[in-house]
Ligand binder design. Structure first.
Ligand SMILES: *Cc1c(COP(=O)(O)O)cnc(C)c1O
Length: 404
């Protein structure tokens, strides 16, 4: 929901742009901090979800660490004030240049995804006369029950080290003088809302830490990764995820030994609800079978629907009071009003201007009858939105607007 003042403000602005609700961001961060600190858990923000400078500054001010997946993210984390002692570096294809940058930055830990990578980090650390702290990213073969494009923890995925390779890992760690083993790392996928998945993960983690301990390796850090999802269907009524339930699963099912630290890498759940993509209707095209709303934003601004078949709620802000999707959960109270308006509800394929047939936000979206110039909000766009923007078709850079 956007209040009338905000919508009037939007009317003055050039579209498209990302609108950030910084107040909601702060409330979300506070909720996460409170729920995690209750158990002494450490949270790293997965920067790839959104590295907008204002967002990064907000997040680091809450004391979270950073989870990086490129050398440039490591450098940005340090630049935006994240404590280098709380920076972790994952990624299945770290280049020598990136590993060197992270060694120079003295980060907390590399999350290592293959035996060969262990050997390379050891060599590069030796050349600098340094010791690299490493955690082993294990592929736990836990099904995240999420979209197959965003699962990462199955044997068939490219990520992590499969359990049958762990003997090699142990041997390599023993003979690598410039590596210090600190623990084990997991990340099973994204947009996971079924707590059973995290429970299964805990059970696998318990087995894995036993495996290492039995072979004389001290597991100081258990890093359970990220992947906790948000409610894309109810961006107003369920705008802050249930962090208490999430962390409680790990409290209840992880066997944490004295002196051990439990780490998380949350991305989406911290930032997704805090931004919407705001655009205008350029044209309304009525076809024989289909009506199209052609927006001034497309896959160059928000590619998730096209890349992952992701759902985003779409609202016509210029006709907010007539919208069927706004305040869906309250529709019982206003049932009669809604039915009065039903006559004007039209189904549109909401599409972008890019020269690709896949450039469609969603098909058959029920909206009030819409017109050229109407403001359209694509909700829950704070994660994997602005960061994936591209200049394809030589488009302008997408702008950001902040609520303060
Ligand atoms: C992307 C990623 C995350 C964050 O995932 P979310 O679904 O945004 O929470 C955490 N850890 C690693 C290694 C990742 O690649």
């Amino acid at each position: 929901m956007f209040n009338n003042n905000t919508i009037s403000k939007f009317q003055q602005l050039e579209t498209p742009f990302y609108y950030y609700n910084l107040d909601l961001l702060r409330q979300t961060l506070e909720a996460c901090r409170e729920a995690s600190s209750k158990y002494g858990f450490h949270v790293h923000y997965a920067m790839k979800a959104n590295f907008n400078p204002k967002v990064l500054q907000g997040i680091q001010s809450y004391g979270f660490g950073a989870d990086c997946v490129s050398g440039n993210e490591v450098l940005a984390a340090v630049k935006y004030g994240f404590d280098k002692g709380k920076v972790v570096f994952a990624g299945v294809g770290k280049s020598d240049k990136e590993i060197n940058a992270a060694l120079d930055a003295d980060i907390f830990c590399f999350n290592v995804e293959s035996v060969q990578e262990l050997e390379v980090i050891n060599e590069l650390a030796a050349a600098k006369n340094k010791t690299a702290r490493v955690a082993i990213r294990i592929n736990p073969n836990v099904d995240a029950h999420t979209h197959h494009y965003i699962t990462t923890g199955l044997d068939e995925n490219k990520f992590g080290i499969n359990t049958w390779q762990l003997n090699d890992v142990a041997e390599t760690l023993r003979k690598s003088a410039n590596l210090q083993f600190v623990g084990i790392h997991f990340h099973v996928g994204s947009q996971i809302t079924d707590m059973e998945v995290f429970k299964s993960l805990c059970i696998r983690i318990n087995e894995m830490q036993l495996w290492f301990e039995e072979r004389g390796f001290k597991v100081k850090v258990i890093n359970a990764g990220g992947g906790f999802g948000v409610d894309y269907y109810n961006p107003d009524t369920n705008n802050i995820a249930d962090f208490d339930s999430y962390f409680k699963v790990f409290k209840d099912f992880l066997q944490v030994k004295p002196g051990q630290e439990v780490h998380f890498e949350l991305g989406r759940v911290l930032v997704a609800q805090s931004a919407s993509l705001i655009s205008r209707v350029l044209y309304v095209k009525n076809g024989l079978k289909k009506n199209f709303l052609i927006l001034d934003a497309g896959m160059t601004e928000l590619i998730r629907p096209m890349l992952y078949q992701a759902y985003h709620q779409i609202e016509n802000l210029s006709r907010q009071s007539e919208s069927p999707e706004v305040g869906k959960s309250e529709s019982l109270d206003v049932g009669s009003q809604i039915s009065d308006l039903k006559s004007q509800i039209t189904k549109y394929d909401v599409v972008g201007p890019i020269c690709e047939s896949t450039d469609c936000f969603r098909k058959d979206v029920e909206l009030p009858q819409s017109f050229r110039g109407d403001l359209i909000a694509v909700r829950t766009a704070g994660a994997y939105g602005e960061v994936m923007a591209s200049s394809y078709n030589l488009r302008d850079d997408v702008q950001s607007v902040y609520s303060e």
